[in-house]
Design a protein around this ligand. Structure first.
Ligand code: BUP
Length: 463
C-alpha cells in the first residue's frame, strides 16, 4: 500500500557536486523500496549534468523524472556579480520559477511524503512546502563541518568581518577552532551574494523537518554529535548522517575503455598521482604551468583532469595552448592529461591510484575516503577550505599549506612537488586512509550504521 512505499521527491540544485549526491541518495531510496520522483531543472547548466541524469534514469527506470522548466530572465536583467556565475544564476532562476515547482508538487499522485531539497534552495523551497503542507528535508551536499559553520554563521559575522587575523580561530561550540583562513573571502565579506544566500538559508533552518548530511562517524563523528546536541543551534531539527555505498562499478563502467583507462591498468599498484581541481574553478595559466612542473619533477606517474573554463561544457583551450609545446611534451611523457568529463569515482577506485591532489570538494573527499586514497588538499574557494580542515583532522590527507585561494597568488611547482612526494611517501596517511576505508565499508554495508540511519529515516513515513 501507499503507506508501505513512501513517496520521496528529490530536487537537486545545479552543479555536479550537487546533482551527484542527490542521484546517489535517490538510487539508495529507490533500492529501499521508496517511490522516488526526481525534479530536474531545465535548462540545466552543463552537459555533464544532463549526461549524469540520463545515465541515472537508465540505471533506475523505477524513478520518475519531473522536469521543472525555468522561467527566462527578463531581457533587462541586471548582470551583477552573482549572475555571472552560472550556478548562482541558476539558483536565481529556480527562485523566480517557484510557482511552477508548486504546480509540480500538487500534481503528484500519490502525493509526496517528503521533499528532499538542496541547501542552496532552502529559503526558496520552504515557502512552497509550507503552503502545501509537505515535510521538507535538506540534503546537505557538503561536510558536517561546513554545516556547523553554516548553522553558526550569524554568530560569527562580527569576527569574520572584524580585524581578526587569518590565524585567528573561529569558535563553534563543541568543535575544534576553525582557522579564519579556511573561510573564503566571499564569506568573510558578509555582504556578497554567497554570504547573503547563506544568511537567508540560515534564517529558516528551524522550519525544516530535518537535515541529511553525507558523512559518517569515522570522518566527522564529533561534529555530528555537536550538531545533534543542540549546542550549535538550539532547537536544531533532526540530523540524519549517513553515507551510501558507491555506485556499483559494473553499472558505472561503460563498455568501451578510454585510453586513460588502459594507461591506468598498466601502472603499478598505488603508484599514480591523480590530480583534479574540480569542474568549477579553473586554475590560472601561471598556476597550471607550476602544477605541470610539479608533476613532471616529482617522478610519479600521474593522471591530471585539467579544466580551463568556469563551466565544464565550455572548455575552450587545449593543454597545449596553456602549457606551450615543450612543457606539454614533458607532461605527456610522464602522465596522462584529460580535459573531458571523466568518471572520477572509477579513477579513484582504480588500484593504480595512490594519491589524490584535490580541491577539496566534499564528494571528491568522500570518494577518496571510500577507496582509502590519501589526499593532498588545495582548497580553491567556497566550502573547500572548511572541508579541507575536516579532511586533515580526520587524518586521511594533508593540506598543502598557505597556498591561498584560487588566483590569490601563484604557488611554485617546486613546493607543490615536494608536498606531493610527502603525500605519496607517508605511511601514516596511507594506513589511516586504509583504516577509514574499512570503517566506511562497515558503516555502509547492510545493517551498518549508515544503512540503519537511512532505514530509520524511511520508517518515519511508513505507518
Ligand atoms: Br571535474 C569531475 N568527473 O571530470 P565535488 C568531477 N566529477 O565525475 P565541487 C567527475 O563531480 P566542482 C569530472 O567525482 C564528484 O563526485 C566528482 O563534486 C565528479 O566538487 C563531483 O568534489 C564534484 O564536491 O566542485 O565542490 O562540487 O563541481 O568544481 O567539482
Amino acid at each position: 500500500s501507499q503507506q508501505q512505499q513512501p513517496h520521496m521527491v528529490l530536487m537537486p540544485s545545479s552543479g555536479a557536486g550537487h546533482i551527484i549526491p542527490f542521484l546517489k541518495v535517490a538510487g539508495a531510496l529507490a533500492s529501499q523500496n521508496c517511490r522516488v520522483t526526481l525534479i530536474t531543472s531545465h535548462p540545466l547548466v552543463s552537459q555533464p549534468e544532463s549526461a549524469l541524469i540520463t545515465r541515472f534514469l537508465t540505471l533506475y527506470p523505477q524513478v520518475t523524472e519531473k522536469q521543472f522548466h525555468l522561467l527566462h530572465l527578463p531581457p533587462n536583467y541586471h548582470s551583477d556579480d552573482s549572475s555571472k556565475d552560472p550556478f548562482f544564476r541558476q539558483w536565481e532562476l529556480i527562485h523566480r520559477s517557484l510557482p511552477r515547482l508548486s504546480d509540480i508538487l500538487k500534481s503528484l499522485s500519490p502525493p509526496a511524503d517528503a521533499l528532499l531539497s538542496d541547501i542552496s534552495l532552502m529559503s526558496s523551497t520552504i515557502s512552497v512546502t509550507e503552503s502545501l503542507n509537505i515535510p521538507n528535508y535538506v540534503l546537505f551536499v557538503s561536510s558536517a563541518r561546513m554545516f556547523a559553520f553554516f548553522a553558526y554563521y550569524p554568530a560569527l559575522s562580527d569576527v569574520l568581518s572584524g580585524s581578526a587575523g587569518e590565524d585567528e580561530l573561529l569558535e563553534i561550540p563543541g568543535l575544534e577552532g576553525l582557522p579564519k583562513s579556511s573561510v573564503p573571502p566571499l564569506l568573510q565579506d558578509t555582504t556578497t551574494p554567497f554570504a547573503t544566500m547563506l544568511r537567508a538559508n540560515n534564517d529558516c533552518i528551524k522550519k525544516f523537518d530535518g537535515f541529511m548530511i553525507n558523512t559518517c562517524d569515522v570522518l566527522e563523528g564529533k561534529t555530528v554529535r555537536a550538531l545533534k546536541s543542540g549546542k550549535i543551534v538550539d532547537g536544531m531539527p533532526p540530523i540524519f548522517a549517513f553515507l551510501y555505498p558507491p555506485w556499483e562499478p559494473e553499472k558505472v563502467n561503460g563498455s568501451r575503455s578510454a585510453a586513460w583507462e588502459r594507461w591506468l591498468d598498466e601502472q603499478l599498484p598505488a603508484s599514480v598521482v591523480y590530480v583534479s581541481f574540480g569542474s568549477r574553478a579553473p586554475l590560472s595559466r601561471e598556476q597550471t604551468i607550476e602544477v605541470a612542473k610539479a608533476l613532471i619533477s616529482c617522478n610519479y606517474p600521474f593522471m591530471w583532469v585539467a579544466k580551463f573554463s568556469v563551466v565544464d561544457k565550455d572548455d575552450g583551450q587545449s593543454i597545449h595552448q596553456v602549457l606551450g609545446a615543450d612543457l606539454t611534451h614533458q607532461v605527456k611523457e610522464k602522465g596522462v592529461v584529460v580535459q573531458d568529463w571523466v568518471d572520477q569515482q572509477q579513477i579513484i577506485g582504480h588500484k593504480s591510484v595512490g594519491g589524490f591532489v584535490t580541491h577539496c570538494g566534499w564528494n571528491s573527499i568522500l570518494e577518496a575516503s571510500s577507496y582509502g586514497v590519501p589526499m593532498l588538499g588545495w582548497p580553491q574557494g567556497g566550502d573547500q577550505g572548511i572541508i579541507g580542515v575536516a579532511m586533515a583532522e580526520c587524518g586521511i590527507g594533508m593540506l598543502g599549506g598557505k597556498w591561498g585561494w584560487n588566483g590569490e597568488f601563484v604557488v611554485k611547482g617546486e613546493e607543490i612537488g615536494m608536498r606531493i612526494r610527502e603525500m605519496m611517501e607517508s605511511q601514516k596517511l596511507r594506513s589511516r586512509a586504509a583504516e577509514v576505508m574499512e570503517d566506511i565499508d562497515k558503516a555502509v554495508a547492510r545493517g551498518g550504521v549508515c544503512d540503519q540511519t537511512m532505514k530509520h529515516f524511511i520508517n518515519k513515513f511508513i505507518s
